[in-house]
Design a protein around this ligand. Structure first.
Ligand code: PLP
Length: 403
């Protein structure tokens, strides 16, 4: 767990390619992939000390791996937190956070426009174990305030959200949490630390699905919690050792290498997204575009402050229609004409991915719930990749110009 020696004060771009555990005796320049589940102990005494937590050193794959440590160090450096704990997926990061910080009787407040599995995990699964929760509208600060109870331990938000890119005020939520003696956790999956560092606005924990932009090329599943060192050591580490939702070293290595290009990918994909958003907004077959960097976005000013003047790489748009049935047909038509971009329910890839939320991620909601969430039948989510903008436009026009 010894970090590579680097001078203090390095920039984030530098840490994104340099932060890692120290090199092995072979001096490899690209970080080594340690595919091992166990570690040979130098002496029985050292082994006892390591198991007792009195000495640093790897013992068994469930409690640590050098490749995983490198990924954790690099992501912590990017997020500006003291430490990080990697997990097998984004959802297992949330599971680890909830299991290690909460007990029966505790209360959680979360945004009702969070990732669907997050809502189910907190609202349904943890309810079975006596953890209560309140889902509130993402941008209604009064609703967050009113939901606080004496048992509130955690506020959890995701910003911008999927698929409508709603932005919440991280600093205001941090105040509400801290005044209640609770913690604020932020799912930073869509912005990534390149565009938004939630701890700078007062968040206590930053949660990631490494499956998305951190890997960035749609290869592996991964997750992480970035947090103060004490929380990682005293809360997350004991739990993950026993519960075992650890990240595989191979997946950690893929994400570690992905982090090296995160900065340039996010800048390039966000620039493509901005151009695509402006272009879609002016297309006669499109009724509305949801993208934080557009002036038409309801939280535009706040978004620009939190996202460093950038809009991110994800946008959604509504295809114009007279009724929900026609809207669904038209959205399907646009998606079915694609010859280059992918119809695929993932995001954060260098390949552009499009989905129809109303029939996939939000397909289990009733029509009334969907309307309340603002997910219409004509809505298409566009996770913008690195293809040439002209090719993206041409692929979308195959459908948009033949409605
Ligand atoms: C994908 C996603 C998750 C879950 O991550 P997995 O790696 O799929 O488990 C959580 N939050 C957001 C915002 C996501 O997009």
């Amino acid at each position: 767990m010894t970090a590579q020696k680097l001078p203090p004060g390095l920039h984030i771009d530098t840490l994104a390619v340099r932060a890692a555990v120290e090199r092995s005796q072979y001096g490899e320049n690209s970080e080594a992939l340690y595919l091992t589940s166990g570690y040979v102990q130098p002496t029985a005494e050292a082994s006892a000390m390591r198991f007792g937590g009195e000495e640093d050193g790897y013992t068994y794959g469930r409690s640590g791996n050098p490749t995983v440590s490198s990924m954790e160090m690099r992501l912590a450096a990017l997020e500006g937190t003291e430490a990080c704990m990697a997990t097998a997926s984004g959802m297992s990061a949330i599971l680890l956070m909830l299991m290690s910080l909460l007990k029966a009787g505790d209360h959680v407040i979360f945004s009702q426009s969070m990732f669907g599995s997050t809502i189910k995990l907190i609202g349904t699964e943890f309810a079975r174990f006596g953890v209560t929760s309140t889902a509130v509208p993402q941008t209604d600060l009064d609703a967050w305030r009113k939901a606080v109870t004496p048992d509130t331990r955690l506020l959890f938000a995701e910003t911008p959200t999927n698929p409508l890119t709603d932005v919440c005020d991280i600093a205001a939520l941090a105040d509400i949490a801290h005044n209640a003696g609770a913690l604020l956790a932020v799912d930073n999956c869509f912005a990534t630390p390149v565009l938004q560092r939630p701890v700078e606005f007062g968040a206590d924990i930053v949660m990631h699905s490494g499956t998305k932009y951190l890997d960035g090329q749609g290869r592996v599943m991964a997750g992480a919690l970035c947090a103060p060192e004490q929380m990682v050591r005293e809360k997350f580490l004991p739990l993950i050792k026993n519960a075992g939702m650890v990240l595989s070293p191979f997946n950690a290595w893929v994400v570690l290498k992905g982090l090296e290009t995160l900065g340039i990918r996010m800048q390039a994909q966000s620039a493509n997204a901005m151009a695509a958003a402006q272009w879609l907004e002016s297309h006669p077959a499109v009724s509305r575009v949801y993208y934080p960097a557009l002036k038409s976005h309801p939280q535009h000013a706040l978004a620009m402050k939190q996202l460093g003047g950038n809009g991110g790489a994800l946008l959604s748009f509504d295809v114009k229609a007279d009724n929900p049935e026609q809207a669904r047909q038209r959205a399907f038509h646009v998606l079915d004409q694609l010859q280059v971009l992918s119809l695929c329910t993932n995001l954060g890839d260098t390949k552009s991915l499009l989905t129809h939320p109303a029939s996939t991620s939000h397909g289990k909601l009733s029509e009334a719930q969907r309307q309340a969430a603002g997910i219409g039948q004509g809505l298409i989510r566009f996770a913008v990749g690195l293809e040439h903008l002209d090719d993206m436009k041409a692929d979308l026009l195959r459908g948009l110009d033949t409605l």
